[in-house]
Design a protein around this ligand. Structure first.
Ligand SMILES: NC(=O)c1ccc[n+]([C@@H]2O[C@H](COP(=O)([O-])OP(=O)(O)OC[C@H]3O[C@@H](n4cnc5c(N)ncnc54)[C@H](OP(=O)(O)O)[C@@H]3O)[C@@H](O)[C@H]2O)c1
Length: 272
């Protein structure tokens, strides 16, 4: 790491409550390998202090902020601009300083697309997305951008239907219909599996030969991924989505290609 000076770029993640985050480890490992004069911190900011935090970031010249739960849908009001992608997804996960202005964008969609593309080209494939929250919106946007047909299944079907209409996906339904759907790609964006040994779908609904990405990355090996592997599917952990979306963040502020494997190793080393 280069020594800290007044020129050192400061980046970080805004989150609340202050839970465990692997983002500083991943970004700082990338900065070290790229010899970027930069540091990455984590900031616990409650919702009522978000406006002040953005004003502080502006005054301190912070180069980039990743935006995590619960701020992704509310931070846009304090920014100078929000790009078309983030507007369409309805969530900002990245704020970058561009010519003195704070600009919001979303890199989650690219993280999901690139993670899946490790195993399968997306154009012309049928993808099923489980969930209809903020992450689902980013994933559906990414799949549509890459030319996949998309079915959204959710516990609350009306939310899936609304998402399909808004983002131009193809069909909606309840989680229990997965087993009836011919598909090549499955992405879990529900919270089921986060910090628990549970899956949003039954093991019987999973298919041999499909590619399954779980956006949940804690634990790294979820029950869905274990069931999918057992069924003969190729599995991709949420780590890869996180790493690729972070790599795009680094490209946005520094213009550099981030070292994917170094970041993935840093993710592993930063476990609980
Ligand atoms: N790997 C990455 O880079 C990355 C990036 C972003 C997020 N994530 C992960 O993605 C997950 C979702 O985050 P989010 O912000 O999109 O959450 P969210 O907006 O709160 O959405 C939650 C979704 O989970 C569903 N759900 C919650 N509990 C359920 C249950 N018991 N059974 C069935 N469905 C249930 C909800 O269904 P209803 O609509 O019926 O309530 C909804 O579709 C989190 O685990 C997060 O850590 C990963």
């Amino acid at each position: 790491m280069l020594p800290i000076s007044p020129k050192t770029a400061l980046c970080g993640v805004l989150l609340h409550p202050a839970g465990h985050t692997r983002s500083p480890a991943m970004h700082n490992a990338a900065f070290a390998e790229l010899e970027l004069d930069a540091r990455y911190l984590a900031f616990d900011v409650p919702p009522e202090e978000l406006g002040e935090a953005v004003a502080g970031a502006r005054a301190l010249g912070i180069r980039q902020l990743a935006v995590s739960i619960p701020h992704k849908e509310t931070i846009s009001g304090w920014l100078d601009a929000v790009d078309e992608t983030a507007q369409r997804i309805g969530a900002v996960n990245t704020v970058t300083r561009v010519d003195g202005r704070l600009v919001g964008t979303n890199t989650d969609w690219l993280g999901a697309a690139r993670a899946l593309e490790r195993e399968i080209p997306l154009s012309g494939r049928h993808a099923v997305v489980l969930g209809a929250g903020g992450t689902a919106r980013a994933v559906v946007y990414g799949l549509r951008e890459r030319g996949a047909a998309v079915t959204v299944l959710n516990r609350t079907v009306s939310r899936a239907e609304a998402l399909v209409t808004e983002l131009g996906a193809d069909a909606a339904g309840p989680l229990s219909t997965l087993g009836d759907l011919d598909h090549q790609i499955l992405v879990n964006t529900t919270r089921v599996g986060l910090g628990e040994d549970a899956s949003p779908v039954t093991a019987e609904a999973l298919r041999k030969g499909t590619v399954v990405l779980d956006a949940v990355y804690d634990p790294p090996q979820t029950r869905l991924l274990r069931d999918a592997k057992h069924a003969g599917a190729k599995t991709i952990g949420g780590k890869w989505m996180l790493v690729y979306q972070a790599a795009e963040q680094i490209a946005l502020w520094s213009g550099r290609d981030a070292p994917i494997d170094t970041m993935a190793d840093a993710f592993d080393a930063a476990g609980h």
